[in-house]
Design a protein around this ligand. Sequence first.
Ligand code: TXA
Ligand code: MG
Length: 325
Amino acid sequence: MTAQIIDITRDHDGALAQACAVLGDGLPVAIPTETVYGLAADATNPAAITRIYETKGRPRFNPLICHMSDLAMAERYADFDPISRKLAEAFWPGPLTLILPLKPESGIHALATAGLDTVGIRLPKGFASDLIRAFGKPLAAPSANTSGKVSPTSAAHVADDLGDKLALIIDGGAAPVGVESTIVRVEDGVIRLLRPGGVAVEEIERATGLSVIRPGGPAAIIEAPGMLASHYAPGAAVRLNVDHVETGEVLIRLGSAPVKGMELAAAVFDLSPSGDLAQAAANLFDYLKRADATGAASIAVTPIPDHGLGEAINDRLVRAAAPRE
Ligand code: TXA
Ligand code: MG
């Protein structure tokens, strides 16, 4: 199979109609979202969800985020406490996933939630939202990459990785946020961070007036089963917080300050010359892939500040640099 690719700027309605048809056949479709490209399938159809796990080579104990078109749809499948509702109102549609109690018998299949009594829900923007509304059912969608690899931020990334396993890829251009959604869970009035992502923790604290408990903090119990240590793994080794480049390494740099040895680097990628963390996040996965494609044995990355979107960038970089299983 070779995936058909439809560009939404050329044929938005055709893309919607084709995607609905493929979803209706119980097959996954790769779709653009504002964070990364997703591999979407009918969240109520066990055969369709099984195909997501098979296509990605993803372990089935790792639950999928279910994407909804609006709050009313989300409320049919999950119970909202007041803080989660406030977060939904502040950040949806957008790059925030809420882990919520699943309403039993609501229709989300247990394969999507890996049998948990909770469900991860997100309202995406743009084409993904139009598609859910047109299809009329929630879409389970992990990132559209082989499990353990760097997430895709363009249709070309998806085609390179999974093009021979998919019927359809919808091309919506470069994903503007570039890192996956922030995942939080509210319990007993406490907001816990399960994965840093496209909404900065500081923004969540500002919107709620509450502090967010990070994993490893006193109230944290690790609970996003997908958070395996090695993830986002390029083929090359990754060195973090570098102050110099070894000969033949690829340099990924934030800001425009010179880095010792950079004239002997195999290539240099500037995440954001001005040091803007949102721009850096948008470029991160594409540059990791391009750095890897040079064939260099090692990628050196300069320090990234750990605030705002820097927290998500550092999380992905640490996983990219982790020892491989
Ligand atoms: O931005 C995103 O979140 C993208 C786009 C496509 O929406 N999706 C994405 O999905 O990153 P994925 O499957 O690559 O990551 C989902 C994460 C996993 O770490 C999974 O363990 C966690 O969400 N998750 C899903 N449901 C959960 C639940 N009920 N409880 C705890 N963690 C959950
Ligand atoms: Mg993923």
